[in-house]
Design a protein around this ligand. Structure first.
Ligand code: B12
Length: 264
């Protein structure tokens, strides 16, 4: 393990265990090492952990100035911080007010970093309807996935959060979208994904639209159970899987058209 990796490990463990002395120690070691990317990364993690909007905004800028890719700053910095917050919420060290402050801090970093993700300007590759399912307001992950898909050239129709199941279907129909992407972080709201799947089947739309699901409570097993077409564990995987789905749908639509022609 390199010195940089050791400092990062020490910092993350100390933050998770709220060992302030060790947190300071690791920060000082990073400064002594003089690695600007590492210092910015630790500040991003710290900013989310303690819910400091200013620290996150500043660190986001510093990370980019130090040459860190915006997506890496999001995942290895801000999201890592949110992982720590999740752990502290679970063991009742943090409660909702602290989590809300962390979410605001995360957004202050995201607002700077998301627009900087390099864009693929080769024209639109397909249309995606995206939203957080009914009953769930967690939208940080959805917004990261949306930014990655937009950057890679897809047209995104963002329905926001707590989206009624019918809105996914209606919107896909109205917009002529190829993919519906659904996010949820909560277990009780997993059923909303199944409702959308079932409705797509009963309305005969499943031939024209593919679905992809993701978020903290979603697994590939759940995808298989409800008959969704893809599961992505993070924003990078979302990009790969959406490409696969759009390729599939193009082939399927072409075949449908050929059969229609033959039947004429
Ligand atoms: C921040 C947070 C909040 C914030 C949300 C702010 C916001 N605007 O999003 C606030 C404070 C509002 C909140 C509220 C609540 N929360 Co909360 N929250 C969290 C926390 C700490 C972090 C979530 C997060 O943003 N993670 C960071 C992002 C980047 O990760 P992500 O969303 O997973 O996204 C990545 C991947 O999953 C994937 N992905 C995400 N979506 C999609 C979609 C597709 C298509 C694909 C392919 C991939 C993909 O890519 C993303 C980027 O790589 C989690 C803890 C945890 N361990 O997750 C609890 C957690 C999700 N919350 C939880 C709960 C219970 C609640 C409340 C019900 C609490 C309450 N009693 O009121 C309410 C929810 C009210 C509601 N009806 O929705 C529980 C859910 C438990 C469960 N399994 O059901 C968790 C797990 C905490 C816990 N351990 O108990 N919360």
């Amino acid at each position: 393990m390199s010195e940089k990796e050791e400092i990062l490990k020490k910092f993350v463990e100390a933050s998770a265990g709220s060992d302030e002395e060790k947190v300071e120690e690791a920060l000082n070691e990073a400064k002594e090492l003089g690695d600007a990317q590492l210092i910015a990364q630790l500040k991003l993690i710290r900013g989310v952990d303690i819910g400091d909007e200013e620290m996150c905004a500043e660190a986001a800028k510093e990370a980019v100035e130090a040459g860190m890719a915006p997506y890496k700053a999001i995942i290895d910095g801000l999201a890592k911080g949110m992982e720590i917050v999740g752990g502290k919420y679970e063991c009742k060290e943090y409660f909702l007010p602290e989590v809300l402050m962390s979410a605001d801090a995360m957004y202050s970093g995201l607002n700077y970093l998301l627009p900087l993700i390099p864009k693929d300007e080769k024209g639109t590759k397909g249309k995606i309807i995206m939203g957080v399912v009914e009953g769930d307001v967690h939208d940080i992950g959805k917004n990261i996935v949306k930014a990655m898909l937009t950057a890679t050239g897809y047209e995104l129709v963002d329905l926001g959060r707590d989206v009624p199941t019918d809105d996914f279907i209606e919107s896909a129909k109205k917009e002529g979208a190829q993919v519906i992407a659904m996010s949820t972080l909560m277990t009780p709201t997993l059923m909303s994904m199944k409702t959308v799947e079932d409705k797509l089947k009963t309305t005969g739309m499943k031939d024209k639209v593919r679905t992809i699901i993701g978020g903290g409570s979603v697994t590939d097993e759940w995808r298989a159970k409800i008959g969704s077409d893809a599961y992505g564990k993070d924003a990078m995987e979302a990009v790969d899987k959406v490409k696969m789905l759009i390729d599939q749908i193009m082939v399927a639509v072409k075949k449908m058209k050929e059969t229609e022609e033959e039947e004429k």
